[in-house]
Design a protein around this ligand. Structure first.
Ligand code: GDP
Length: 192
C-alpha cells in the first residue's frame, strides 16, 4: 500500500507561528514513550530520522518533517510533559492554539499505546479533539506487544475506551512493520 515516505527533517520551532509554509499538514501527538519516534522512523523506513525529537531540550519544540511540499509535525510531550504545571499548560496551550488555528492541518494522528492505552489523558485529548471538530485518527502502537490470543479483546477494549468502533482504530507495530504500509498510504492521502 505504501513505500517508505521520504520524510526530511526541516526544523524545530518553539512556536507554531514559525512553522514553514506548507500545502498540507499532519500533526502527530501522543504521550512520551507511546512509540512516536519509532513510528515516524518506520513510516520513513529509517532508523535515525526521529532521533531529533529525543534530543534533550527539544521536547518543547515542534519538529517538522517535509514530504513533497507538505509537512508532518511531531508534537512531543503534548499534554504529558514532565515539566512544571505552568510550563506544561503553556506548552499545551500553544499546541491547542496551533491545532485549532492551523488552516493547512488535515489530520491529527493521536497515538495510543496498544498495550496499555488509552490512558485518562489520551481520552481527555480525544474528547478535546472531538469537541472542537478536529479531524483525527487514533493509531494504536506496539501491536506486537499484545499476545495474539488477546488481540481481539484488546482491540475492542482500546476502541471502547476511545469511544470508537474497533474498525476505526489503526493498529501498527514499528517493530514488526504491522500496519505501517497502510498508515503510509493514509498519510499520503491526508497530505495530498
Ligand atoms: P516516543 O517517546 O513516543 O518517541 O517513543 P519511542 O519510539 O522512543 O518508543 C518508546 C519505547 O517503546 C522504546 O523502548 C521503543 O523501543 C518501544 N517501542 C516503540 N514502538 C514499538 C513497537 O512497535 N513494538 C515494541 N515491542 N516496542 C516498541
Amino acid at each position: 500500500m505504501g513505500p517508505p515516505l521520504p520524510l526530511r527533517f526541516v526544523l524545530s520551532v518553539d512556536d507554531a507561528g514559525d512553522l514553514p509554509d506548507t500545502r498540507a499538514e499532519v500533526a502527530v501527538v501522543g504521550r512520551s514513550n507511546v512509540g512516536k519516534s519509532s513510528l515516524i522512523n518506520a513510516l520513513a523506513g529509517r532508523h535515525d530520522l526521529a532521533r531529533v525529537s529525543k534530543t534533550p531540550g527539544r521536547t518543547r519544540l515542534l519538529n517538522c518533517f517535509e514530504l513533497d511540499g507538505a509537512t508532518v509535525v511531531d508534537c512531543p510531550g503534548y499534554g504529558y510533559a514532565q515539566a512544571s504545571k505552568a510550563a506544561r499548560s503553556k506548552w499545551q496551550a500553544m499546541i491547542d492554539r496551533y491545532l485549532l488555528e492551523r488552516d493547512q492541518l488535515s489530520m491529527v494522528v493521536a497515538l495510543v499505546d496498544g498495550e496499555i492505552g488509552p490512558t485518562p489523558l489520551d481520552v481527555q485529548l480525544l474528547e478535546w479533539l472531538r469537541a472542537n471538530g478536529l479531524p483525527h485518527t487514533v493509531v494504536a502502537t506496539k501491536h506486537d506487544k499484545v499476545k495474539s490470543s488477546q488481540r481481539g479483546r484488546r482491540a475492542r477494549e482500546l476502541a471502547a475506551g476511545c469511544r470508537l468502533a474497533a474498525s476505526d482504530v489503526i493498529w501498527v507495530s514499528a517493530a514488526k512493520g504491522t500496519g505501517i504500509e497502510r498508515l503510509r498510504g493514509l498519510v499520503m492521502l491526508w497530505l495530498s
